[in-house]
Design a binder for this molecule. Structure first.
Ligand SMILES: [Zn+2]
Length: 376
């Protein structure tokens, strides 16, 4: 490796690091929008396995924005990874002392999060999303060139008859009721936040953009802790295993910088960019040289182990033969686990890294701009 090229790579690495630091202004979004949380739950229903994990977060959110492991029973037990484009909220909550559940006579109402206009109503129990209402809010994103904010509610059991396309709507109006319409068997709200990209095309962004951590302190807090472990495979690949506390899984991006004697390589995993079109259900790992292996969003401390006991649930391309997943250590805690396999496959030689000796800097950003860096 000649040194000008090495110098150039280091300069590129520094440029990217500077760029991402500059982009992550603290509370650039999420501050002062004054959105209402769509489910006004004070407490979670207390009998939902409270003894297993201390944080209520993992009962409240069924699935978060980002890469997830999914097992689809009705397709014959097929497992796959996908990139979840919103936040799924449980049917089991307590609101003003009343306990709601997945019993159809006991569904909770969904509240409009903003003042605005009804943009679209799909009142059919069909398709991926089922009964869906999209609201065009009066507010605009600050970070997306003044794009208007849209909020979408999916899988509803029933839509409020007053909620019709192009009618105006007020914050806290009832949009309808939680349900399981569309392609799901589980009663829940799929809550997504969008920006309009084309005449009928929307990109999903991280829903927590619209909220401060203090808007829902019992379910989500700022990033203060995570662990990452280095699981070496060979010179050409390594796995980084992230373990993030349940109430801090508001990931905006992960920046990886690999420094080895061959030079430096920078990989940026931007969750919103992935959501905006890089990813498909079968390929949720669109960043070249990286493969994401998320695990089921764990609602018990043993769920990670549960997956390892059911080997058929682990996709074939996971490098399990090299380091078996164990039930020990941090994985027995209530964490979101994400394995990222970093490899030289599909990369040209100039970008390849010797993973056996590379020093790796890991920077994890949450949606509010908090960053924690670890060196491995
Ligand atoms: Zn969902």
């Amino acid at each position: 490796m000649n040194s000008p090229r090495k110098f150039f790579r280091a300069a590129v690495a520094l440029y990217f690091i500077t760029l991402i630091h500059a982009c992550n202004c603290h509370y650039a979004d999420g501050m002062g929008y004054d959105f209402l949380w769509p489910v006004q739950a004070d407490l979670l229903t207390s009998d939902v396995s409270p003894s297993i994990c201390p944080s209520p977060n993992q009962y409240y959110f069924i699935s978060l924005f980002g890469p997830r492991f999914k097992r689809v029973e009705y397709m014959g037990g097929v497992s796959y990874y996908d990139f979840h484009q919103g936040e799924d909220i449980t049917a089991n909550v307590t609101i003003d002392g009343h306990r709601y559940s997945s019993d159809p006579t006991n569904f909770y109402p969904l509240l409009c999060a903003c003042n605005g206009m009804v943009d679209e109503v799909i009142d059919e129990d069909s398709g991926e999303q089922g009964r869906t209402v999209r609201i065009r809010c009066k507010q605009k994103f600050r970070e997306f060139e003044d794009d208007t904010i849209y909020i979408k509610y999916s899988h509803l059991s029933e839509i409020n008859p007053n909620v019709t396309a192009y009618s105006s709507i007020t914050k806290a109006d009832t949009i309808g009721f939680v349900g399981a319409s569309g392609n799901t068997t589980l009663v829940h709200l799929h809550f997504s936040v969008q920006r309009k990209i084309g005449p009928s095309h929307f990109d999903n962004v991280h829903p927590m953009r619209l909220y401060r951590p203090t808007d829902a302190p019992h379910i989500s807090t700022e990033l203060t802790d995570f662990s990452v472990e280095r699981l070496p495979i060979n010179e050409g690949s390594v796995v980084l295993r992230f373990a993030i506390p349940h109430n801090q899984v508001n990931i905006r991006s992960i920046l990886l910088v690999f420094n080895s004697h061959c030079g430096a390589r920078v990989s940026l995993i931007d969750f919103e960019k992935i959501s905006a079109g890089y990813a498909t259900r079968d390929n949720p790992s669109p960043v070249e040289g990286l493969t994401l292996f998320p695990y089921r969003f764990i609602r018990s401390k043993n769920a990670y182990a549960t997956i390892t006991e059911e080997f058929d649930q682990i996709p074939a391309n996971y490098p399990i033969q090299i380091f078996p997943i164990t039930q020990s250590g941090v994985y027995n805690e209530c964490r979101y686990i994400l394995d990222i396999k970093c490899h030289n496959e599909s990369l040209d030689m100039a970008a390849s890294v010797n993973f056996a000796d590379a020093r790796i800097n890991v920077m994890l950003y949450d949606i509010w701009g908090n960053m924690i860096e670890r060196e491995l």
